[in-house]
Design a protein around this ligand. Structure first.
Ligand code: NAP
Ligand code: SF4
Length: 663
């Protein structure tokens, strides 16, 4: 059955071990690492992914010394006590037939605490503290710290470790002249700058058995001035192999580099070009990483010699059974990671345990249980957007008999509109997933059917997930023919002229502005265009925007970045490059043939335009509520129908699963 992905499912030798396939679950910090009381949750989370066929997994980062911790609250792995607390994690994975590596991450100057250390006392632009320069004795003790952590990791039952030598953390700080200005044996020539990582690997190898896997995550592209060059990276890879590593994984871009590395702006497999340079230069397997979310991409990378293996991280949040489905030739049944970062990376940045927009059970394997229903019921779900789809699928998984009514011709609701935005084409994968899921589960999907109350009269439970309609603000001239809603524009029902004013700069206003300016550009789909657009190893190539856009909001404050902490800056850069004018503090006065008349900080102004797009939020659609309640039916309202303000996809999917898990 593995014929669909013959390269992915060819076993590979890693050190003394034979792995059954070529997919690694890459490291992600879950925000549970700092509390050993939560390690049971981590164990359950990895066990589910091992059960889903993943052969080799990597934990979130643990520090080999106290100074190397990421946060004030330590997540060190340095003592017998730590080792004992961890035992349950590899044990749970082994019970499911998987293998797991502990990631060792010394944060260097990226740590968020006052005790940070680095090769040289150079402040990072993304940290307020300046690191203390490490002494020779500090460096020696840190290398011994890595070796000690490796020894303890083997005792805890881990199959190996991953050294995080990328993204701008301590190991990269030694390697790059940008942050290593030392004149002793640890700085200057490449040989001296690489001495630290070589010593870490060789002393760690000496501390563990031959069966213990040492994987090194090497920065294959730094993206900073005075970073390691491509030739230096290849040479470092050779030295890492010589020192005793069994696998080289790829890391891309320092955190301070303003280049997208994993967001929707990156095409699938968009960074493999950098990993490919190491292929043939070392004899140990090389792993490609970043924006590889489906087995088709993995297969192509391995088949074309881009890497020996691939690492996927977020895709295992979206679907824990990804590998098993690929092996069974059921890739069209995979719940695909849509690269939104909303519930994973954005949660990490706000210190919340990570989960997944399209799979709310991720990271909550011990809490959000979907068990067979005690007494199967007839459940009607009205509305086939994110909330309705997740409720219908989960209810059917539990054995309920589900009918899903969707007034439109297709499933998706707001996701149907969102997938029109450049980079959000991946949202179409979610719709494909649910369509197939409903077929497998026997959900009766009634498309193009606006449900009436009497359609649900025979059902035991009714779920109202009828979503939202765009809010139409009260502005004089709002009925002018040049005014369109975001829904009319993105659905293709109406077109925009050359000059466009966008009212409302929330998530949708920013998305619509990106759509208007980037129409016809494919940098998020095309590798060469991606590298040109972001100036990766070449000059930035700009192309004229498809529309001239003015983006407006009533409130004061920064505009244009959109809601995502880890992705908003990408939109901000794109909109500024496209010349989008952003006006905060606006009062909308009138719309007429001359355009949109506003007052900005007391000054009247006319935005001359051909089209005004309304992106002023949304209002709940609750047409059926009163009638169904009058029938005395148990009625559950979820998603945008429940709360339109601050509705987002994460809440919609989450509410759908939680409700269906409980009825
Ligand atoms: P939103 O984020 O609430 O933004 C609506 C905008 O309309 C606000 O900027 C508001 O700002 C303006 N507005 C509200 N009432 C108005 C009125 N009566 N007249 C004129 N302007 C008005 O809503 P949204 O943009 O529709 O987004 C909906 C949800 O989807 C949000 O939770 C959003 O975070 C989420 N979303 C997320 C992403 C993502 O990439 N993660 C993308 C799209 C949407 P002022 O009052 O200052 O003008
Ligand atoms: Fe992928 Fe978004 Fe889920 Fe993160 S939240 S794993 S980016 S789908």
């Amino acid at each position: 059955m593995a014929q669909a992905f013959p390269h992915v499912f060819t076993p590979i030798q890693v050190g003394t071990q034979t792995l059954p396939n070529r997919i690694v679950m890459g490291s992600m910090h879950t925000c549970l690492e700092e509390d050993p009381d939560d390690y049971g949750k981590i164990a359950a989370y990895f066990a589910e992914r091992a059960r889903g066929g993943c052969a080799l997994m990597v934990t979130g980062g643990f520090a080999p010394t106290i100074e190397g911790r990421m946060l004030p609250r330590p997540n060190t792995f340095t003592t017998e006590e730590h080792m004992e607390a961890h035992r349950q994690i590899p044990a749970a994975v082994h019970a499911e037939g998987g293998r797991i590596l502990l990631q060792l991450l010394h944060a260097g100057r990226y740590g968020y605490h006052p005790d940070i250390v680095a090769p040289s006392p150079i402040k990072s632009p993304i940290n307020k503290d300046t690191p203390r320069e490490m002494t020779d004795a500090d460096i020696e003790a840190t290398i011994d710290g890595y070796a000690n952590s490796c020894r303890l990791a083997e005792q805890a039952g881990y199959d190996g470790v991953e050294f995080l030598g990328s993204e701008g953390y301590l190991m990269t700080e030694f390697l790059a002249p940008h942050t290593n200005k030392r004149t002793d044996r640890w700085g200057g020539s490449l040989e001296n700058r690489a001495r630290f990582v070589r010593e870490v690997v060789s002393r760690s190898r000496a501390a563990v058995s031959d069966d213990f896997i040492l994987m090194f995550r090497l920065s294959v592209w730094d993206g900073i001035p005075d970073g390691s060059t491509a030739d230096e990276i290849v040479q470092t890879a050779k030295w890492i192999e010589e020192a005793g590593a069994n696998l080289i994984n790829s890391g891309v871009g320092w955190h301070e580099a303003q280049i997208p590395t994993i967001s929707q702006a990156v095409p699938r497999g968009g960074w493999t070009f950098a990993t490919r340079r190491i292929m043939g230069e070392v004899s140990i397997p090389v792993v490609a990483s970043n924006r590889i979310n489906m087995p088709e991409t993995a297969e192509e990378i391995i088949a074309t010699g881009g890497a020996d293996m691939v690492s996927m991280a977020r895709p295992f949040l979206a679907d824990s059974a990804l590998v098993a489905k690929a092996e069974a030739g059921l890739s069209d049944r995979i719940n695909t990671c849509i690269a939104c970062n909303q519930a994973c990376l954005d949660h990490y940045f706000t210190a919340q345990p990570i989960t997944c927009v399209v799979n709310p059970r991720a990271g909550r394997e011990t809490e959000l249980l979907v068990t067979p229903a005690a007494s199967p019921k007839k459940v009607a779900v009205i509305g086939g957007g994110p909330a309705g789809m997740s409720a219908a699928a989960t209810a059917a998984e539990r054995g309920h008999q589900v009918t899903l009514f969707e007034a439109g011709e297709k499933l998706g609701g707001q996701f149907l509109l969102a997938r029109e935005i450049p980079g959000k084409e991946e949202f179409g994968e979610t719709l494909r997933y649910f369509t197939n899921r409903f077929a497998d589960l026997g959900v009766e999907v009634r498309l193009g059917e606006r449900a009436a109350a009497n359609d649900v009269s025979s059902h035991d439970e009714v779920v109202l997930a009828t979503g939202v309609d765009p809010r139409i603000p009260e502005i004089s001239g709002i009925d002018h023919p040049m005014v369109v809603t975001y829904a009319e524009l993105l659905s293709g029902a109406k077109q925009a002229g050359e000059r466009v004013a966008v009212i409302g700069a929330g998530g949708v206003g920013v998305d619509v502005s990106v759509w208007l300016t980037e129409k016809g550009h494919n940098s998020h789909l095309n590798h060469a265009e991606f590298r040109a657009t972001w100036g990766i190893e070449q000059e930035v190539a700009t192309s004229p925007p498809a529309h001239q856009v003015t983006l407006l909001q009533r409130s004061e404050g920064r505009m244009g970045n959109g809601p995502g902490k880890s992705t908003g800056w990408v939109h901000g850069i794109s909109l500024r490059r496209a010349g989008v004018e952003m006006l905060a503090g606006c009062t909308y006065e009138q719309i007429d043939d001359d355009g949109l008349h506003i007052t900005v900080k007391g000054d009247p102004r006319t935005i001359e335009c051909d089209t005004v797009v309304i992106c002023a939020g949304a209002e709940s659609v609750l047409d059926l509520q009163a009638e169904i309640e009058a029938m005395g039916k148990p009625l559950h309202i979820i998603g945008g129908a429940k709360m339109a303000g601050e509705l987002d996809a994460q809440r919609a999917f989450d509410e759908g699963v939680r409700l269906a898990a409980a009825i």
